[in-house]
Design a protein around this ligand. Structure first.
Ligand code: GDP
Length: 197
C-alpha cells in the first residue's frame, strides 16, 4: 500500500467540525519530539506535510490530511505538556478525548513511543486511558536507528511487558525509523487492510 496522494484538509479544535466521517481514519499521537511529524512525512513521502516541531507544543490542533482520496490521516498535538489523567481538565485534554471518544470513523489511534527510552509514565497513562475508553490503538516505536538493534528490542520488550501487566496482552506494534524507512511497509500494510482501494 503506497501513498500516492496526500493533502492537508483542515485544522480544528472541535471534533464536531472535522470532515464528514465517510472514510476510515487513523490518528497519530505521542509526546512532543517523539518523531510524529517525521513519521507522517516518511509515510506520505512528503518532506513538509506535517511540520516538524522546532517549537514543541505549537500545533495544538486536530489536523486532517486526505490520503489517496480514501482515508484520513490525523495529526494530533503532542502530549507532554498537558497531562492525560483521569480528571480531564485542560482544554487540550478535552479536545483530544472528545475527538477520540466520539470520532465514529476512527479505525485506530497510532501511539508513538520513543524507542530510545524506558517506558514513560505519560505514555502508559495515555494507553491505559484508551483501553478504559475502548479506543483501539497500536504502538509505533520511533527512531529505531538511533541505537543498536538490541537496545531497541530491549526497550520495546520493556514497554510490551508494561502493557502485559495492564491489559493482560500485548498490543499490535511497529518498530519504525523515519531515517531508514524501517517499518514503513508494515505500517502501511496495516492501514491498507482497513482501507478500500
Ligand atoms: P514531533 O515533535 O513528534 O513531530 O517530532 P519531530 O518529527 O519534529 O522529530 C523530533 C526530532 O527527532 C527531530 O530533530 C527529528 O529530526 C528527529 N527524528 C524524528 N524521527 C527520527 C528518526 O526516525 N530517526 C532519527 N535519527 N531522528 C529522528
Amino acid at each position: 500500500a503506497m501513498i500516492k496522494k496526500a493533502s492537508f484538509v483542515i485544522s480544528n479544535t472541535d471534533y464536531k467540525k472535522c470532515p464528514a466521517p465517510v472514510m476510515p481514519e487513523f490518528a497519530f499521537i505521542g509526546r512532543s519530539n517523539v518523531g510524529k511529524s517525521s513519521l507522517v512525512n516518511m509515510l506520505t513521502n512528503n518532506k513538509n506535510l506535517a511540520k516538524t516541531s522546532g517549537k514543541p507544543g505549537k500545533t495544538q490542533l486536530i489536523n486532517h490530511f486526505l490520503i489517496n482520496d480514501n482515508w484520513y490521516l490525523v495529526d494530533l498535538p503532542g502530549y507532554g505538556f498537558a497531562k492525560v489523567s483521569k480528571s480531564i481538565q485542560s482544554t487540550w485534554e478535552k479536545m483530544i478525548s472528545d475527538y477520540l471518544i466520539h470520532r465514529e470513523n476512527l479505525v485506530a489511534v497510532c501511539v508513538l513511543i520513543d524507542s530510545r527510552l524506558d517506558p514513560q509514565k505519560i505514555d502508559i497513562e495515555f494507553i491505559t486511558w484508551c483501553g478504559e475508553q475502548g479506543i483501539p490503538f497500536v504502538l509505533i516505536f520511533t527512531k529505531s536507528d538511533k541505537q543498536g538493534k538490541q537496545k531497541t528490542s530491549a526497550n520495546v520488550r520493556k514497554f510490551l511487558d508494561s502493557c502485559l501487566e495492564i491489559f493482560g496482552d500485548e498490543p499490535q506494534y511497529y518498530v519504525t525509523s523515519a531515517q531508514t524507512g524501517e517499518g514503513k511497509e508494515e505500517l502501511l500494510a496495516f492501514i491498507g487492510e482497513e482501507v478500500e482501494e
